[in-house]
Each structure stands twice: as C-alpha cells, then as structure tokens.
Design a protein around this ligand. Structure first.
Ligand code: ZN
Length: 158
C-alpha cells in the first residue's frame, strides 16, 4: 500500500490537496492492467479546509455503474447514498469533493467526454471540485476546478 499523496492547489499558492492512503488503495484495486478490464470509478469524499482539500474516502464501483474499455458512466444513486450517509455520520462536515475513474493508459489524461462531464458537475456547485484519473499502473492525473475551468495539479510529495 502506498502512502498519502499531496498536490499543489493550482489556483491558490498555499492550498494543498491531500489524498489519504486508504482511498488510494481502493482505487489501486481497479487498475485496467488487463485487456478485458473496463473503466470503473466512484466519488471522492472528505473535508474542505480553506484552500485545502483532504480526501479520506473513495467510493468503490457500484453494481449499477456502466463501464466499457474507454468509457465509464457512474450511477448517480448508490454513490450519493454513501455520500449522504457519510455527511450525516460526520455531523455534516464530510463533503463530496470530486470524482475518480480509471483509464487504460500508462500516463492518464482526461478525454473530451471527461472534460464536458466534469464541467456539468462544476456548473452545479459553488465550490472547487477535484477530478482524479488512475492509469493501468497507478499513475495519477489530478485536476481541480475553478468555476468551470479545470487545471491539472502538480504532486508535491508522496
Ligand atoms: Zn475518462
């Protein structure tokens, strides 16, 4: 199991994005490292603290999701139920921070479909959202939104 990773918030110099080891381990179980493995994903949950985002949980793929080799469609309902449960259980402090999904690429990068889907999510929310893609060997791409613009984040430490 790898350790937590910290990225720079591309919009605010002092801001950091921390993803804990546990959500990384969950995502690492879904690498598309074989030809028949389809895309999968979920949502990222955690805390907003000023310019910082702290991811403590990722939801695992759900039975109602649809995955193909080069496309993933997350079901709305089950991931949202988990998010709502966590929000209540944390006295309404644990928040929906963003989305993750896999790509069959060594160095993943967002597709045009990803960008347009993410923009829809951003247009419905007032707060910055993060979007993480994980490649077939664990390479990560992370973007953070400001309004509907999404900028790639640089890793500070692992
Ligand atoms: Zn994608």
């Amino acid at each position: 199991m790898r350790s937590a990773i910290v990225w720079q918030n591309p919009h605010i110099t002092q801001g950091r994005i921390l993803v804990e080891a546990e959500p990384l381990a969950l995502m690492d179980r879904h690498w598309q490292d074989k030809i028949d493995k389809t895309e999968s994903g979920g949502i990222l949950l955690g805390y907003r603290r000023g310019a910082h985002l702290h991811v403590t949980m990722a939801t695992k793929p759900q039975a109602a999701d649809r995955g193909w080799r080069y496309l993933f469609k997350r079901s709305a309902r089950y991931h949202q139920e988990i998010a709502f449960h966590q929000w209540n259980a944390s006295e309404r402090t644990m928040d929906y921070l963003g989305e993750w999904h896999t790509h069959p690429q060594h160095y993943p990068s967002p597709s045009a479909t990803d960008i347009s889907e993410w923009r829809k999510i951003c247009s419905q929310r007032q707060t910055p959202m993060m979007f993480l893609i994980i490649g077939w060997s664990g390479e990560l791409w992370l973007g953070l939104s400001r309004e509907i613009g999404i900028e790639q984040c640089m890793v500070i430490s692992t």
